[in-house]
Design a protein around this ligand. Structure first.
Ligand code: PGA
Length: 266
């Protein structure tokens, strides 16, 4: 982690839990983070399922933990059955949104043009976008990981000016590492993060690149988090499975805070 960039850790709850467990998790996470002051040191966000957003947001109360949506529409509003707009997210208290998660890119075949439009509208709504990119196992095997990720970033950001996308957090999530228990090695994550930062430098400028937060996602847990976060270009994580247990998620947030402050690892 680098001292100039405030770490960002997100908990992507995906389609898990029920209303009661969502409230309990939100309660437990913000109480534990608040007690240690971690949510004042780093940025932490949780992404509950849509129907639980409002209630989970209430449970977060006045804590600094950000509420976020797991996706938003590429449309502003109208006859789009089942979709949720960026404006609706802000209306229920969201300050962040995940866009381009592989479970939507690959699982639901969301393409470059659609994701660009989502990113654009979400930024316009003032949401902090976590924009996910990452290669499949086959693409990595063929040596195409860098090209694939660069392509996803170029299309996602498109021609949006730097001031519009200043708050976008890029999440590098190799598809083969998501939910598999096989995380990228800290060195592989660092190599990809450095190349993403280089690309952002060429798309915008070196100042933009130096300030952009690039987080890693894919089988991060309480044990491996610190080694990954210790890499100079890794600015935090997007956490799936391990974000469903308050203790694990809080331990991962603590690891990010400690990596940032340079506290010795355990
Ligand atoms: P995982 O998911 O931590 O369960 O691998 C990460 C993600 O999908 O964001």
């Amino acid at each position: 982690m680098h001292a100039v960039r405030r770490p960002f850790v997100g908990g992507n709850w995906k389609m898990n839990g029920d209303l009661a467990s969502a409230v309990e998790l939100a309660d437990d996470v913000c109480a534990a983070l608040g007690a240690e002051g971690i949510d004042r040191t780093i940025d932490v966000a949780v992404y509950p399922p849509f129907p639980y957003l409002f209630t989970a947001g209430r449970a977060l109360g006045h804590s600094n933990v950000l509420l976020g949506g797991q996706d938003c529409s590429a449309e502003v509003g109208g006859a789009f059955t089942g979709q949720v707009s960026a404006g609706m997210l802000t209306d229920v208290g969201c300050r962040s949104v995940v866009i381009g998660h592989s479970e939507r890119r690959h699982g639901l075949h969301e393409g470059h043009a659609l994701l660009h439009e989502k990113l654009h509208l979400a930024c316009e709504s003032g949401l902090t976008v976590v924009y996910c990119v990452g290669e499949t196992a086959d693409e990595r095997r063929r040596g195409e990981a860098d090209t694939v990720v660069a392509h996803q970033i170029r299309h996602g950001f498109g021609t949006l000016p730097a001031d519009r996308v200043a708050r976008v957090v890029v999440a590098y999530e190799p598809v083969w590492a998501i939910g598999t228990g096989v995380n990228a090695t800290p060195e592989d994550a660092q190599a990809m993060h450095a190349s993403i930062r280089g690309l952002l430098g060429s798309l915008y400028d070196s100042r933009f690149a130096a300030q952009a937060r690039i987080i890693y996602g894919g089988s991060v847990n309480a044990k491996n988090a610190r080694a990954i976060f210790d890499q100079p270009d890794v600015d935090g994580g997007l956490i799936g499975g391990a974000s469903l247990k308050a203790d694990d998620f809080v331990a991962i947030c603590r690891a990010a805070a400690e990596a940032w402050s340079g506290a010795p690892g355990h």
